[in-house]
Design a protein around this ligand. Sequence first.
Ligand code: ASP
Length: 340
Amino acid sequence: MSKVLLISTGGTITMVREKVSGALVPADMETFKAFIPELFAGEVEVDIQAFTPLLDSSDVGPDSWRQMAQMIADRYDQYDGFVILHGTDTMSYSASALSFMLENLNKPVVFTGSQLPVGVLRSDAKENLLTAIEIASAKDENGDAIVPEVTIYFEDRLFRANRTTKRNAEHFSAFNSYNYPALAKAGVHITYQPHLIHYSDPSLPLTLHTQFETNVAVLKLFPGIQPSVVRALLRTRGLKGVVLETFGAGNAPTDHWLYKELKAAVDKGIIIVNKTQCNTGSVEMGLYAVSLNLMKAGVISGYDITTEALLTKMMLLLGERPEQARELIARDLCGEMTID
Ligand code: ASP
């Protein structure tokens, strides 16, 4: 019998409506389990570990990422796979972070949640959770995990975690992976796409990385952006890294002041990475003249990476390997970006 560890961090999937305020708050795990008796009736043995207290994912950050990754590392040999229940709002950040924290991962880590709380009749909780458990325990004919990477399963798709973005606060298909195809689709059968799955070298041991540098920022450009705003951000004391959200294929206004501010920040050792504001497509610095200044200033291309993956990768590299961060951030570490 396969064994899966279910780690519950909270999120809508675990929530009930509070009587006084009417707002959704996380319920306890006993209440949650009572709604899904199927969890313990299938072919997979499921153990549960829950955060105390359970969290709305707006309150999840580096400390919680460490807690999740440590729970997996501590029990890595005891389970065939791991499922993490998590709020949808910041799931892509957490799942991206874990994809970089768990180096040489050879077992499935599947994040899931739901748009409606588990107790609501039309809830998507049960289907998402039960399918995530099936994926976390799925093995091929050699007994190897079919999807040994960090993923998000939602509605009927399995995505590489560090390619996802929450795209919808209303529909059941809350996530998308704009620049990389789904790793599996679930209908009557779950159809896996092995040629799209990332495999680590099975001879290498799992290596856990947990140091995050949180002195980073996202700077989203817009037409008319003022020097004072850019200056205030780039001159923030202690700043180590910036995700620069640019237009189209990685373009920016050609104002000389912007070039000067970016160049001064890079010269001070701040890592600035170019990420397009478009969901689909890639940064191509040098394609248009309006991106030449960014290249000259020392801004690095983020190609087709998501903001969620870039930010968490930057925080971890700056925390763990500050000397090599500039070089490593430009590399594809575990399938998070396509470098052509
Ligand atoms: N606010 C909730 C959370 O992210 C939303 C959800 O789970 O869908 O925890």
